[in-house]
Design a protein around this ligand. Structure first.
Ligand SMILES: [Zn+2]
Ligand SMILES: [Zn+2]
Length: 281
């Protein structure tokens, strides 16, 4: 089992040193983890991300830990890059400078609108829901015109606060998934959604099933912002992943994808937990 989405102190809004994340992952029996700290270049929101100047320190810190723990767990270095069309060249320069294992793209500020933080106007009931959904999916399509990343994080993040549009966005989602397939990109299953009002993983089971039908590969991550969150809610996500039809998860080394099988026997504790809690309902 893997956890391909861990944050660190470098992003300024996570807690706990990097080694505590690694220790927690070893305790859980994970084979491989990937630090995926934020790089958000957005004027209005300080404290959400590393600054570009901190990237060398972050990269070096992961490299040291990779070596130190190599006999216990595989540690990978990645970046979660916020899509901002104004900074594509700048971002490409940064990526080109360091040998990251994986580059992930996400969309927290479509068109400059904060759709992710708890203090956002969107969270507090302002903004037209249909308009914001449209804005989000339009930006996602634009993001897919670029080719600097390997993984798309929390693809339906817009549902986070449980606000529901009055119309279906299925067509937009289908178009997006076709683009993802065409570019051979990987979709992340992100379990942090279970912590928020929507109470569901990103993507939802119906989108995940479509991903499988189209032959799109997936990876899996907790989006942990503290060590205790490593591998969170896997007992809920794994049955969903298996019932969508997946038997493998994608991992990355210097931006080359490989697949590792989801071994039911080794993950039986996650699968049992959900059966037990279903039985007690
Ligand atoms: Zn994110
Ligand atoms: Zn994240």
């Amino acid at each position: 089992m893997i956890d391909y989405h861990l944050h660190t102190l470098f992003c300024n809004h996570a807690t706990g040193g990097m080694e505590r994340y690694i220790q927690k992952a070893i305790d859980l029996g994970l084979q491989e983890i990937c630090f995926l700290d934020h790089l958000t270049i957005q004027k209005a929101e300080p404290g959400l991300s590393m600054t570009p100047l901190e990237i060398p320190y972050y990269f070096q810190a992961v490299r040291v830990l990779k070596k130190k723990y190599r006999n216990q767990i595989s540690v990978k270095a990645g970046l979660e890059l916020d899509f901002n069309p104004e900074y594509i060249d700048f971002i490409q320069d940064i990526i080109g400078t360091f040998a990251f294992d994986v580059i992930a793209a996400s969309l927290h500020f479509p068109g400059g609108l904060d759709v992710v933080s708890h203090r956002s106007a969107w969270r507090h009931g302002e903004k037209d829901v249909d308009d914001v959904y449209k804005l989000y999916f339009n930006h996602l399509k634009k993001m897919l015109d670029h080719r600097y990343f390997d993984v798309i994080c929390h693809i339906d993040l817009i549902k986070k606060f449980g606000r529901k549009p009055s119309r279906s966005f299925e067509r937009a989602i289908d178009e997006i998934l076709s683009k993802i397939k065409e570019k051979n990109l990987t979709v992340e299953v992100n379990t942090s959604g279970y912590n928020h009002p929507v109470g569901n993983a990103y993507p939802s089971p119906d989108i995940l099933r479509k991903c499988h039908e189209k032959g799109i590969g997936i990876t899996l991550g907790s989006d942990a912002h503290k060590p205790a969150e490593v591998g969170q809610h896997y007992e809920r996500a794994l049955p969903m992943i298996l019932s969508a039809g997946y038997r493998d998860l994608a991992t990355f080394t210097k931006r080359k994808r490989s697949e590792i099988p989801i071994k039911k026997r080794e993950n039986i504790h996650y699968l049992n937990e959900v059966t037990d809690s279903n039985a007690s309902k």
